[in-house]
Design a binder for this molecule. Structure first.
Ligand SMILES: [Cu+2]
Length: 290
């Protein structure tokens, strides 16, 4: 009888494992392909926006991987619960075991979760290092969060020397520009493809947050503190983000729009932008800790 039960359990476990693997593959496939938008959310989206930078790809893989671990653990616990419900209810098991300790089991259920966490922490710290360690910048720009808009500054020594404000377009303006409502802005942050861009992020009044999902970038804009983040993408296009720190009444209405263009187009844009925007004395700010 006991032998049959163990075999039955094994069959159940194998079935569960196969089912879980199929589900995980299905989920990962759907999440990363079918429902993701590039640079903006898409209707019925389930997963992250399509990643276009190295750290965003890493971040997405990490997210999908951890999701699979979560799914497997949840299914395992569910399977244990189902086994307990059917095999150890009062009818099926009228005389319960009086066991209170099982050393092997206690070591296992301490050690295995700890090892799973260590396993997750290794890629997690690698990702953190990738995001925190700034590579040598080809271009440095400054993003300043205000209640409730962003302003961008291009330093003099990189052909810039100007800055401008970036406000959300009203619904009619967004429609006219054929861009999504609540994400479209009047003046986009224009940057070249294939270059390492370091963004210095600071807040003018309260704490804002400079976040662009497709770049895997999310950095607090704190008054009196200069934070830095970076990205590099080869994919030209328009990428939207939003202020991601509650900053007041119009927090939801200060989107970020980054247009990635070819280096040639960027050079041409710089010339035009210099004429268009009033000159300011923008220099890359040195960080005391560096
Ligand atoms: Cu804000």
């Amino acid at each position: 009888m006991a032998r049959r039960c163990v075999q039955g359990e094994e069959t159940i476990m194998i079935r569960w494992r196969n089912g879980a693997a199929a589900l995980a593959t299905l989920t990962a496939g759907f999440v990363s392909e079918a429902f993701a938008g590039t640079g903006q959310p898409s209707p019925w989206q389930l997963g992250m926006q399509t990643p276009v930078t190295e750290s965003a790809i890493f971040l997405n893989n990490m997210h999908d991987g951890v999701n699979i671990v979560i799914a497997l653990i949840s299914l395992f616990v569910l399977a244990l619960l189902i086994i307990v419900i059917f095999r150890f209810n009062e009818k099926a098991n009228p005389v319960p075991s009086k066991t209170t300790h099982h050393t092997g089991l206690e070591i296992a259920w301490t050690l295995i979760p700890a090892l799973i966490l260590v396993g997750i922490s290794i890629p997690s710290f690698r990702l953190l290092k990738m995001q925190i360690e700034l590579p040598k910048a080809d271009i440095t720009v400054k993003a300043v969060g205000h209640q409730w808009y962003w302003s961008y500054e291009y330093p003099q020594d990189q052909g810039g020397g100007f800055g401008y404000d970036s406000y959300m377009l009203d619904p009619e303006g967004a429609k006219k520009a054929n861009q999504p409502n609540l994400l479209a802005v009047d003046n986009e942050l224009v940057l070249p493809a294939g270059k390492t861009v370091v963004v210095q992020v600071v807040g003018q009044d309260v704490i804002h947050n400079f976040a662009i999902p497709s770049f895997g970038v999310r950095m607090d804009a704190v008054p009196g503190r200069l934070n830095q983040t970076w990205f590099k993408t080869d994919v030209e296009g328009l990428y939207y983000g939003q202020c991601s720190r509650l900053c007041g009444a119009n927090h939801a209405f200060m989107p970020i729009a980054v247009r990635i263009v070819s280096p040639e187009k960027y050079a041409a844009w710089l010339v035009d932008a210099k004429k268009k925007y009033a000159e300011i004395d923008a220099k890359p700010v040195q960080v005391a800790a560096e």
